[in-house]
Structure formats: structure tokens, C-alpha cells
Design a protein around this ligand. Structure first.
Ligand code: C2O
Ligand code: CU
Length: 748
């Protein structure tokens, strides 16, 4: 800075503009140099991190792309040619700043600093400086460009304003990229942040402008204003490190009763059956006189307050006062007789997920029954034909009702004992609850993630198991994660085998060590392991707070297998450092091949393509919202697949979206044929829910051997609620029930 010279801008005004061309090198200044150095350093860290992530099997090139954008942007900035600088800033914004400020962590910390449970000091400190630094550097670079822009002070302010306008536009795009976006999300979450930024930006623009006009020390004022932005953002973050309020102080709003009002676009009575059919779903019953052993159960739907392991109270709708509801354990071939009693103030039903039962007992409101009204009872009677791990959940407003607790695990033991030796046979439900602040609480049964991250007794579910004992653990994902990606879980302390998927055994399963199991909503993984002679074994999960970088497991919630009674898991029960998240378990290459009745070379009577799509703005049951489509349509208006008994059906499922879709068929079992055109090389795989990753294509097949009206839908409940459902209808089957406001039946 030459102290005697007039600021450049005034020189411009007085002397009639010495022409500065597009390619004239501009001054970078200390500010610009410091900003560039920091950006270049952080980009190197970013590159290394991205490469490590990729080598560990991270799906997607996002982190690398981010690092590359920042690198290219910074190099362009360093050219000191103002047009290239402007371009560089745009690239930096798109690739570097935008992904950083749109991570869920950022929002959660800013909006709910006191209650953000997933962060903790270490996580906070690891994220805060990088975000703050990038934002500060970015603003600093911007100031350099503004300063180099040779115009009058007035126009400079406009330019600065325009730049921040661009920031606003970028941030407005955030809801589009969020799975659970929408208008209300925007108002609650994005707008306050946007306002903060606009206020800070406006202040900075004023400072820059006045400093240049009056104080002739624009350089320093620009720096001060940038620092102010950084400090304000940092202060917003600081709240995140203050201690959590005591659990009892957390109060929860009463749960919203699910309902859909009549109105334009809302169906009154849609019949999903075959109009000219001659067989009613009510006739497709399990006969009562089979002579099979009968297992009787009563499940009462009732409101309850759940107490998670560390004392947090959670309002819930439950079966018999708990969620998960009681574990129902029956034998293959038994007649299962369940009486459902509804003590809730709205309709419910029970769907027996994965059981190939007679259609009348399938439990779908508006399809095989009316929702069971408050005070009423309903009887389900079915024979489970296959052994394995299953579960049950409401199929009336299944998104709201299942998420809020109307679910439980159903285990079918084989009629003839399985050859697998097991000493401890147990199960766990992975469920995500939402607290009053909209934060996700991850749980394993009642063990929860709100426990102290440094390991208190809270947050662990303890199971006794002695050294040398064999454990069969049935893991059920009873909920979707907020980001829509599968739950990632693994076992620490012992190697394990995946012996069964969705209740169907795998052939010759291999040993796995620390392998992350991607469990889509509604899927079940049965794993087998032996307790080592020393130490304990733990089941851990990644949680979902940072869906783009699931690189580490959390130590709460955890499930712990230990010989000790009275354990406090601080006593070194879980390893201090959990393994990194490596390459995901791949069901297409696991185990070894064996003969199967359905193979890619079978003759298929029907070949049907299901294209899974997403529309930013659509209409679902009268609600304008982002919608999830099958072949371009939204339920209940999706095309149905009509089949005849005995036909072999191939489904070609094409995912055109950036999301995971666990696709579930009622009453039938898929045989998995191929993924992205590659046939399976390991064990045959039979599942009722197949997880379709972003932009993947899977071929699956099923034998139409169970007449009825069956749903085929995404089991991310939110996706199902907003469109992603269709019907597989057997020719000639009709239903007396309807979906819509007349009956109040809304199965999703
Ligand atoms: Cu768990 Cu329609 O399904
Ligand atoms: Cu989906």
C-alpha cells in the first residue's frame, strides 16, 4: 500500500479510467496470498482424505470432486486475471463452499447447538475450523476480486451485493438436494441461516464500501469484514460444544395423529383390485382346520412413553407398551393366531413383513382389510411357510405409525432343527427416533445414541454370552435413515458370517472381519459368530449424521456380548478405536454357488421394467411435494403388474435417482439374478426386500404362487408415502376395500 496515493478507485474516477484490460494482472495483496495458501493447504488435505476414502470403498467421487473444484478454483484465482478470478470463485463456491456448508452437521450445529447429539467436542473441532477457514478464505478471495474490479465505489457495492445474491441462490438450492426437503423444511431450517448470511454480508459490503470511500484503507477493512464473517460463523458453532441439558429437561411434543383430509387431488375411494374379478381377497384365507399347532398372541396398540437406556423419554405408539413390540417366536408350519386390539385414537393394521402368507392376513389397509378403528379388534390367522427372521408393522399410514413405534420382530424357527450350532439366539431392531428438535436418535432396541459419546453405561444393549459360545444375532432394520442410505453396522471383537438374508439361508457363507453390512430399511441380516476366550464382542453402527462421509462407527448405541454381569461399558468393553468403514458387504459375490430353481437362464413368462424416479415437484394424495415415482407415476396411480398363478416373473429394476430404494414385495420372495448386468457369483440370494443403490440396475425374479392383491413398494417409508408403490395383482382377484378419505384407509 502506498500511503500517499489515492485509492485506485478514486484515481479511476478522476483520471478518466486508465484502461485495465481483462488480462492485466491484478494485485493479490497479503489477504489474497494468505487466503490462497490456506485454500491450497486445505485442498491437499482434502485430496489425501478423498483418496483414503475411495481406497476404503467410499461410494461416490464426491469428496474428490470437491477437492478438485477447490484446487482449480484457487489456481484460477492465483492467475490474477480478474475474469479468471471470477470464474475461479464460482468454481470454488460450487465445489468447495457449497458442500461444506450444506452438510447436515453444519445445520444441526447452527440451528440446535444445545441439543445436537451427534457431534461432541472432537467432531465439532474437526469440522468447525475447516468450514470456518474455507468460508473466511472464500470471502477474502472475493474481497480481492472486488478490489481489483476497477469501478466507482458505488458500483463496487452493487457488485458485492450481487456476489452475495449468488450465495443466496446457492443456499436456496439446498432444499432440493435434501432428501426430506420441502417448503416447511426450508422455512424452519434454511431461512434463518440465509438471513444470518445476508445480514453478515450486508454489513461486510457496507464496511468495504465505506472504508474505500472515506478511510482509504480498504485493504484492512476488507480483512476485518472477512474476519467478522468467520467469527460470527464460529460463534454460531460454539453453542454446539456446550453440554447437553439433562435428559429429563427434554420435552417432547405429542405425536401428530396421521390423517389426510378430503380435498382436491385426494382420492375418496380407489379400488386397487381387478374390477371384474370373481375371487375376493377375503376368500384367500388360511384354513382353520389344518390340525397345525396354534400359537396365540394378543397385540394391543397403545400409546406409551418409552424410556431409552440413558433415561431419555420418548412418546411412542406401541404394541403392548414397548417398541419394538414383543418378539413373537413361532415354529414353521404352526398356525399363528394374533388378536389385534386397538387402543389408539386412530386406525391401525399389522403387516407380517416377509411372510408368504395367505393374502387375507396381509394386513394392508384398503387392500386386504379396513384399518382397525379405535376400540376395535381384528384377528390375523396365518401359517408361516418358511423359517427365518421376519418382522411386523402397521400398514396403515405406515410411515408415521411404524416410525413412531408400531413394529416388532417375528422369528420363525425351522420345523426340523437347523444344522447350525447356536448357543445364544438373539435379535435387535435398529430404529431411528426423532426428538422434539427434529434430531435423529439412533437406537438398538432401547439402547440409544444420546448416551455420552465417551461411553457411559447408556447407549449399550447388553447380552450375556460366555467365551466360546456361538451367537446367532438377527439384525432387523425397522426404519429408514434420514438420508435414505442403509444403516451400516459391523461387529467388533470377532469375525462373523452372514448366514441368512431376509430369513433365507445363504450357501457356504465366508468369514468377514469388520465388514460394514448395509442394511436397507426392512431388511434382515442374521450373523453368526463365536465369543472369543478373552474380551467382548460389540455390534456398532455409523449413524447417519454425515451421510456423505460414513467413515467411522459410533460407540453409542452399541450392542454388547459379554460374560460379565453388571457391566459398565467404560471398562474397555468396546475397543477404544473402532475400525474404519471399509468396503461394504456385497451380496452378489458372497458365499458359493449352488443349484437354484430360478436362474438368469430360466424362462420368464413376464419381464417387467420398474424405473424408479424422483420429481422435485409433484402431487401425492393432494399434497404438493417432492415425489418418488415408478415408471413416472405416483401411487395410487402407478401401473399395476398383472400376473396369473404359476407364472415366473422377472423384474428389471432401474434406479434413475441419487437415492437408495429398498424395494419390497408382499407375499413372495425375490430371487436375485443380477446387479448392473452382472449375474451373482456367490450364493443364490432370496430376499423380500432388495436394496437398489443410486443409479443401479437389478434383475430379480419371483414365482407367482400366492394368489391375491400384493403391494410392491419402496420400504423407505417416506418414499412409499410419497408415491413409490405399485400393485402385483392376480387375475380375477377383487377387493371389497378401498383406499381414500371415504374409508380412511391410507396404507402408506
Ligand atoms: Cu414392510 Cu409393505 O411392507
Ligand atoms: Cu425409495
Amino acid at each position: 500500500m502506498k500511503s500517499k496515493a489515492l485509492p485506485r478507485t478514486e484515481r479511476v474516477a478522476e483520471s478518466g479510467s486508465p484502461h485495465i484490460g481483462r488480462w492485466t494482472p491484478q494485485k493479490l495483496g497479503v489477504l489474497g496470498i494468505v487466503a490462497s495458501i490456506i485454500l491450497l493447504l486445505s485442498v491437499q488435505g482434502g485430496m489425501v482424505a478423498a483418496i483414503i476414502l475411495l481406497s476404503k470403498g467410499f461410494p461416490g467421487l464426491g469428496p474428490l470432486a470437491t477437492a478438485c473444484c477447490v484446487l482449480v478454483g484457487t489456481i484460477l484465482f492465483l492467475t490474477r486475471r480478474r475474469w479468471l478470478q471470477a470464474l475461479g470463485l464460482g468454481i470454488n463456491l460450487a465445489g468447495g463452499v457449497y458442500p461444506n456448508v450444506t452438510t447436515p452437521f453444519f445445520y444441526s450445529s447452527v440451528m440446535n447447538p444445545q441439543t445436537f447429539g451427534g457431534g461432541g467436542l472432537v467432531h465439532m473441532l474437526s469440522v468447525l475450523p475447516s468450514v470456518a477457514l474455507i468460508v473466511v478464505c472464500y470471502v477474502a478471495s472475493w474481497v480481492v476480486v472486488v478490489r481489483n474490479y476497477q469501478v466507482t465505489p458505488d458500483r463496487r457495492a452493487w457488485f458485492s451485493g450481487a456476489c452475495w445474491f449468488v450465495v443466496g441462490i446457492f443456499l436456496s438450492l439446498v432444499p432440493i438436494s435434501m432428501v426430506n426437503g420441502g417448503v416447511s423444511y426450508y422455512i424452519e431450517q434454511i431461512l434463518p441461516l440465509l438471513l444470518t448470511l445476508v445480514i453478515v454480508a450486508g454489513g461486510s459490503a457496507l464496511l468495504v464500501r465505506y472504508s474505500q470511500v472515506m478511510l482509504r484503507r480498504s485493504f484492512w477493512f476488507a480483512g476485518v469484514s472477512c474476519a467478522t464473517v468467520g467469527i460470527v460463523l464460529s460463534l454460531l458453532f460454539l453453542g454446539a460444544i456446550s453440554p447437553l441439558p439433562p435428559a429429563a429437561a427434554l420435552s417432547f411434543e405429542p405425536l401428530q395423529i396421521p390423517h389426510i383430509n378430503p380435498g382436491p387431488g385426494v382420492p375418496r375411494a380407489i379400488n386397487m383390485g381387478m374390477p371384474s374379478g370373481t375371487i375376493s381377497v377375503n376368500q384367500l384365507q388360511t384354513p382353520t382346520n389344518t390340525g397345525a399347532h396354534v400359537d396365540h398372541f394378543t397385540l394391543t396398540a397403545e400409546a406409551a412413553t418409552l424410556t431409552l437406556n440413558n433415561g431419555v423419554k420418548m412418546p411412542a405408539w406401541t404394541f403392548n407398551g414397548t417398541a419394538p413390540g414383543p418378539v413373537l417366536r413361532v415354529k414353521q408350519g404352526d398356525l399363528v393366531d394374533v388378536k389385534l386390539v386397538n387402543h389408539l385414537p386412530f386406525g391401525v393394521s399389522i403387516h407380517w413383513h416377509g411372510i408368504n402368507l395367505a393374502n387375507a392376513a396381509d394386513g394392508v389397509a384398503g387392500l386386504t382389510q379396513d384399518a382397525v378403528k379405535p376400540g376395535q379388534t381384528y384377528e390375523y390367522r396365518f401359517i408361516p411357510p418358511d423359517a427365518g427372521t421376519y418382522w411386523y408393522h402397521s400398514h396403515q399410514f405406515s410411515d408415521a405409525e411404524t416410525s413412531n413405534g408400531l413394529f416388532g420382530i417375528l422369528i420363525v424357527d425351522p420345523a426340523t432343527p437347523s444344522p447350525v450350532h447356536v448357543d445364544v439366539d438373539t435379535q435387535v431392531a435398529l430404529h431411528t427416533w426423532t426428538d422434539a428438535n427434529g434430531q435423529a436418535i439412533y437406537t438398538m432396541d432401547t439402547a440409544d445414541s444420546t448416551g455420552d459419546a465417551t461411553l457411559s453405561a447408556a447407549g449399550a444393549l447388553i447380552r450375556r454370552a460366555k467365551p466360546g459360545q456361538w451367537v446367532r444375532l438377527r439384525i432387523v432394520n425397522t426404519n429408514e435413515t434420514p438420508s435414505g442410505r442403509p444403516e451400516l453396522v459391523t461387529l467388533v471383537g470377532a469375525r462373523f458370517q452372514v448366514i441368512s438374508l431376509d430369513g433365507h439361508d445363504l450357501n457356504n457363507p465366508g468369514w468377514l472381519q469388520n465388514t460394514p453390512l448395509p442394511i436397507g430399511s426392512a431388511q434382515r441380516y442374521d450373523i453368526l459368530f463365536q465369543i472369543p476366550t478373552k474380551g467382548s464382542v460389540g455390534l456398532v453402527m455409523t449413524g447417519d449424521t454425515d451421510p456423505n462421509t460414513p467413515i467411522s462407527y459410533r460407540n453409542a448405541p452399541a450392542m454388547l456380548f459379554t460374560p460379565l454381569s453388571n457391566v459398565d461399558i467404560r471398562q474397555g468393553m468396546l475397543p477404544k478405536t473402532l475400525p474404519g468403514v471399509g468396503k461394504w458387504f456385497d451380496l452378489t459375490t458372497y458365499g458359493s454357488p449352488t443349484t437354484a430353481s430360478i436362474t438368469p437362464s430360466s424362462h420368464f413368462d413376464i419381464e417387467y421394467t420398474m424405473t424408479l424416479g424422483f420429481q422435485q415437484m409433484g402431487l401425492s394424495l393432494g399434497r404438493p411435494a417432492p415425489v418418488y415415482t415408478i415408471n413416472g407415476k405416483v401411487a395410487p396411480y402407478t401401473d399395476m403388474l398383472m400376473v396369473k398363478e404359476g407364472q415366473l416373473v422377472e423384474l428389471h429394476i432401474v434406479n434413475t435417482t441419487d437415492l437408495f430404494h429398498p424395494i419390497h414385495i408382499h407375499g413372495h420372495t425375490f430371487t436375485v439374478l443380477s446387479k448392473n448386468g452382472h449375474p451373482l457369483t456367490g450364493s443364490p440370494v432370496h430376499v423380500d426386500t432388495i436394496l437398489i443403490g443410486p443409479h443401479e440396475t437389478w434383475d430379480v425374479a419371483f414365482l407367482a404362487n400366492n394368489p391375491g392383491l400384493w403391494m410392491l413398494h419402496c420400504h423407505n417409508f417416506q418414499h412409499a408415502d410419497f408415491g413409490m408403490d405399485m400393485m402385483v395383482n392376480y387375475d380375477g382377484v377383487y377387493t371389497p376395500y378401498t383406499i381414500g378419505t371415504d374409508s380412511g384407509n391410507f396404507p402408506d
